[in-house]
Design a protein around this ligand. Structure first.
Ligand SMILES: NC(=O)c1ccc[n+]([C@@H]2O[C@H](COP(=O)([O-])OP(=O)(O)OC[C@H]3O[C@@H](n4cnc5c(N)ncnc54)[C@H](O)[C@@H]3O)[C@@H](O)[C@H]2O)c1
Length: 259
């Protein structure tokens, strides 16, 4: 069956796992050609991704590697219509306890790595005079949360970087939007929730739909932003968070008889 991304070439970083992998799967299911990259190869990549695809081992902090992967994509597939920047790492703690090396690592991967990934594909998109840039930020880039300073600073940076891209490249037909996921069931989430222990339940409650998110729910938003259905949307930080950022939930409506 013909998908909605037919003839589009979509490049996903952090594509070996979690949200990036779900985006790659959704894009091929919509008939796109999908290129993935990640620090570590996913040995199952070809089984997990149905259609025409390619995978590169890449550290998003390595500018030269970014440029050479982009050149290879252009040589093999001729264009890049969408980039999704999903490569990322967790990290945090209250500021007085921050380890500078960890702080630097998180900023380097999450913020600088995102910028370098986009920098590498921009000349192609500028030449095409079209493209959709989708960054994976976080609800924690929109609002603060306990103990999250390192990660939150990096994701706040990703959101503003995305808005600046929308400002700078809109007239060239290039759109840029950030997705801000709530807590999504992926390997990164498993590690974070294990650290939180029973306190994780309180975080789950703040998702007003009363559950954690699934990676393919983020992929659905990425698909929308990659597709022409979002052709007049740029510069947006879109929460896909089950209502986490809609307000605070204390259970008062239960007292008021709303079960
Ligand atoms: N899972 C969540 O609850 C959640 C919430 C908000 C935002 N996010 C963001 O979504 C993105 C994907 O996270 P996920 O939950 O799928 O986690 P994940 O750990 O499953 O996937 C992240 C991927 O990034 C790759 N990566 C890490 N460092 C890299 C580097 N230097 N170069 C290249 N690749 C690198 C990892 O190898 C991994 O495959 C991240 O940017 C994360 O911050 C996740």
């Amino acid at each position: 069956m013909q998908g909605r991304l037919e003839n589009k070439v979509c490049y996903v970083t952090g594509a070996a796992s979690g949200i990036g992998l779900a985006c790659a799967q959704r894009f091929t299911n919509e008939s796109a050609t999908v290129i993935g990259s990640d620090l570590h190869p996913n040995p199952d990549w070809n089984n997990l991704i149905n259609g025409e695809n390619a995978f590169f081992e890449l550290d998003v902090r390595d500018e030269k590697a970014q440029q050479s992967v982009t050149s290879e994509i252009i040589d093999r597939f001729g264009r890049i219509d969408t980039i999704v920047t999903s490569a990322g790492v967790a990290g945090g703690g209250p500021v007085h306890s921050i380890d500078l090396e960890n702080w630097q690592h998180v900023q380097d991967v999450n913020l600088t790595g995102t910028m370098l990934s986009i920098k590498a594909v921009l000349p192609t998109m500028m030449e095409q005079r079209s493209g959709s840039i989708v960054t994976i930020a976080s609800i924690e880039g929109i609002e603060g949360c306990e103990g999250g300073s390192t990660y939150n600073a990096s994701k706040g940076g990703v959101i503003l970087l995305t808005k600046n891209l929308a400002n700078d490249y809109g007239r060239l037909g290039i759109r840029a939007n950030a997705i801000c996921p709530g807590f999504i069931k992926t390997p990164m989430f498993e590690a974070t929730v294990t650290l939180m222990g029973e306190r994780a339940e309180k975080i789950k409650e703040q998702h007003k739909l009363g559950r954690w998110g699934e990676a393919d729910e983020i992929a659905g938003a990425a698909f929308f932003l990659a597709s022409d259905d979002s052709s007049f949307i740029t510069g947006v930080a879109l929460p896909v968070d089950g209502g986490y950022t809609a307000g605070h939930w204390y259970g008062l409506t239960t007292l008021m008889g709303l079960e």
